[in-house]
Design a protein around this ligand. Structure first.
Ligand code: 5AD
Ligand code: SF4
Length: 458
């Protein structure tokens, strides 16, 4: 876009439209944050590009959960160096949890970086970008008291994808001893109910059929409303009144915050999809205690029983860590036993890796080869359960929200109510509709299907 001169938007003076490239690492929360950062910077005169070589600013939106996140970010910055040398005007920023955790260290190790912004300060990005443009090094990793969402612009006009994400809560007070989130995302903070409802209505007006409520500890959400604080169950009930919104999901939950009302909602609320991501991390009480999870394996299994009592077909998924400091072969067997009892529809499993600054990082570590072997065994079991759950769908009719064209011509792809990826022969007219589809086969990570009537019927 040509230079359009100097103008003032949101109190920030900018010159022309410049190009912004954001590389996003990690979870849906980060994908959502990247979209909001792009919108914030739009008001500062930037438009997004998918080509880093065209960009005037490159932002790395980092995630600290995964292993060696900081090293990976420094390597990525190293790879950007030639581009920056060729184009000294190019601005480079680091956002997200690694930015929060590393702070000034980033400038020290990579002096070419212009701005470092933590997840709580994205609304300040336009001003920071402007100052960076004037040659200043900008750092903001404070945890402000105000709601950053109040300051971020609303999603821009135009139709959106049928499945949208909506952040309702951030941060975590649980302090599991392996986890950086309480340090990088700060204390639990819930957005007020009216703002969430307004954003949801807005998303639906722009074409969203499904909304996934996001939060690091989403079921701890406690939002202010006119008639006092609401819990997540109440929010879900209110959201389900929105015409045009057909599906509601939420992630990620802590077992201890699954209250009675939220469990009941899974049996009562038709729009709440029968899928629940409920990480347990380990099956040994000794390890759960060392992780500071504050629940036992039996407590977790009883909770699953209660959820299944109200929604017998619910698909459950979980997160697991193997080789946590002090985990013996026997402890690990307890994790396998728990998995066999639950039979997860899907799961995410990781080798423990020390995150500096967290309590478990300084404990005696399990041998790396042992960790690898345990992870291989656990993943084989989880894959078997996932395959069984998928296979059980063959011959059934599922409702598929069509989200995008499939990989092959004449194919569309979407998600079942159980969050399976489903592809089927259909035309683009089905986009954004819920289609009844007969499941024909289970593939590695997806299901193939044929539409029954081709028309929306949810
Ligand atoms: N090592 C390995 N896995 C971790 N997770 C979080 N921190 C660590 C760590 N230090 C996993 C947990 C969490 C998921 C998002 O990432 O299983 O639920
Ligand atoms: Fe981290 Fe989740 Fe534990 Fe919070 S509850 S500390 S986000 S693993």
């Amino acid at each position: 876009m040509p230079c359009t001169g100097t103008k003032t938007r949101q109190g920030v003076t900018v010159t022309g439209a410049r190009k912004l490239f954001i590389k996003t690492y990690g979870c849906q929360m980060n994908v959502y944050d990247s979209a909001r950062m792009a919108q914030a910077l739009e008001s500062g005169g930037y438009e997004t590009t998918s080509r880093p070589e065209d960009a005037d600013m490159i932002l790395l939106n980092t995630c600290h959960i995964r292993e060696k996140a900081a090293e990976k970010m420094y390597s990525e910055l190293g790879r950007l160096k030639p581009l920056r040398t060729k184009r000294p005007d190019l601005k480079i920023g680091v956002a997200g949890c690694v930015a929060q955790a590393e702070g000034e260290e980033i400038f020290r190790r990579q002096p070419m970086v212009d701005l470092v912004v933590g997840p709580q300060a994205y609304h300040r990005l336009p001003a920071m970008a402007q100052a960076a443009g004037a040659g200043k090094k900008m750092l903001d990793t404070e945890f402000p008291r105000e709601d950053k969402f109040d300051h971020l612009p609303k999603p821009s006009a135009g139709r959106r994808a049928p499945a949208a994400f909506l952040t309702v809560q951030e941060g975590c007070d649980k302090f599991c001893t392996f986890c950086v989130v309480p340090y990088t995302r700060g204390a639990e903070a819930s957005r007020p109910a009216p703002r969430i409802l307004a954003e949801a209505r807005d998303l639906v007006a722009r074409g969203a059929v499904e909304i996934t409520l996001l939060g690091q500890n989403v079921n701890a959400w406690q939002g202010a409303a006119d008639d006092g604080p609401w819990n997540l169950a109440k929010l879900i009930r209110e959201l389900s009144r929105i015409d045009g919104l057909e599906r509601i999901r939420f992630t990620t939950s802590h077992p201890n915050d699954m209250d009675e009302e939220l469990i009941a909602a899974h049996g009562e609320c038709e729009k709440l999809m029968p899928y629940l991501h409920l990480p347990v991390q380990a099956g040994s009480d000794r390890i759960l205690k060392a992780m500071n999870r504050r629940h036992t394996a039996q407590g977790y299994l009883r909770l699953i029983e209660r959820i299944r009592a109200v929604r017998p077909d619910i698909a459950l998924s979980g997160d697991f860590i193997v080789g946590f400091p002090g985990e013996t072969a026997e402890d690990f067997e307890a994790t396998l036993a728990l998995c066999k009892e639950v039979r997860y529809a899907a799961a995410f499993s990781f080798k423990y890796s020390a995150r500096p600054g967290t309590p478990a990082a300084d404990r005696t570590q399990v041998d790396e080869d042992e960790k690898k072997e345990r992870l291989t065994r656990l993943q084989a079991l989880l894959a078997r359960h996932q395959a069984e759950f998928q296979q059980a769908q063959v011959g059934r009719t599922l409702k598929v929200l069509v989200e995008k064209p499939g990989r092959k011509p004449g194919q569309m792809a979407g998600k079942s109510e159980y969050l399976h990826a489903v592809h089927m022969p259909a035309d683009t007219g089905t986009l954004g509709r819920v289609v009844s589809a007969r499941i024909l086969a289970s593939e590695r990570n997806s299901l193939s299907a044929e539409p029954i009537s081709g028309c929306a019927d949810s």
